[in-house]
Design a protein around this ligand. Structure first.
Ligand code: SF4
Ligand code: SF4
Ligand code: SF4
Length: 260
């Protein structure tokens, strides 16, 4: 029995994409995405208009079901997880509290807060369709077969065969500072390449510091005031009556304490 787990992935020949947006439309219908919110996309390069024949390159994409998903690391409740059986990254909406930590933690901007459910949302490689033995909607719809889906750990899958045939021309679009090991793999030249951002992880320590630091400053400040008051008391005690000292220092200390 093979112990190698499956890794579902999408192998994309972006030179085949004609930007018909059929994949986006079918995804939206299959997953009932709210108006203005999309689980997948088609990016394009900026043509060089000074060239004699300016070329434009279309690059389809979506959640990349990464091997090292920063969205999983950012989720405080475990709602976002990587499925051990097939390597896909999912959101358990019953555990999602809609905090949004996972959204900037994705270098690909693949996540959004669903305006209807108020929870995190993204592509799940059409889990419901796959349960019925169907391909993801975008793969089924693509008229040029630019998107090929399958288990890249199964050497017999079409996706694996495509990878093997193009072993010397595979491209993973990554941010140099946050390589999440994406499982959306492009064949040959693809563009644009520079759009993934550095993952913004929730900074628990920074948040803690922002609370602790003012507290520390306040405490230190109060100690300083206390020392100053003591000095004033001693100075006045040296030159005036005891009653004067008590009245002045008491009032002064109270005001500063109220301001702090
Ligand atoms: S593309 Fe983003 S949302 Fe998808 S698994 Fe990778 S880090 Fe998570
Ligand atoms: S919004 Fe994202 S980080 Fe927050 S609980 Fe939901 S899945 Fe996890
Ligand atoms: S359906 Fe296929 S050809 Fe059309 S935009 Fe999507 S990936 Fe490109």
């Amino acid at each position: 029995m093979s112990t190698k787990q499956a890794q579902l992935a999408m192998v994309i020949d972006s030179s085949m994409c004609i930007d018909c947006k059929g994949c986006m439309a079918s995804c939206k219908i299959a997953n009932d995405s709210p108006e203005g919110q999309w689980r997948n996309w088609v990016k394009h390069s900026v043509p060089d208009f000074t060239a004699r024949f300016p070329k434009i390159h279309f690059q389809p994409g979506g959640c990349m079901h990464c091997d090292n998903p920063t969205c999983v690391q950012a989720c405080p409740t475990g709602a976002t997880y990587k499925d051990k059986k097939d390597g896909t990254v999912h959101i358990d909406s019953s555990l999602c509290i809609g905090c949004g930590n996972c959204i900037p933690a994705c270098p690909y901007d693949a996540r959004f807060r669903n305006i209807l459910t108020k929870k995190a949302d993204k592509c799940n490689f059409c889990a419901e369709r796959r349960e019925q033995g169907l391909m993801p909607a975008c793969v089924d719809t693509c008229p040029t077969k630019a998107r090929v889906f399958g288990d890249i750990n199964d050497p017999e899958s079409e996706a694996s065969r495509l990878l093997a045939k193009n072993a010397d021309r595979l491209v993973r679009v990554v941010n140099a500072k946050t390589d999440t090991k994406p499982n959306m793999i492009y064949l040959g030249e693809t563009a644009p390449l520079n759009w993934p951002v550095e993952a913004k992880m929730p900074t628990a320590m920074v948040a803690l510091t922002s609370v602790v630091n003012p507290l520390v400053r306040t405490v230190v400040g109060l100690s300083g005031i206390g020392v100053a008051v003591m000095l004033v008391r001693q100075l006045i005690a040296g030159s005036g009556s005891e009653d004067d000292v008590h009245d002045e220092s008491g009032t002064d200390s109270q005001n500063k304490g109220g301001d702090a």
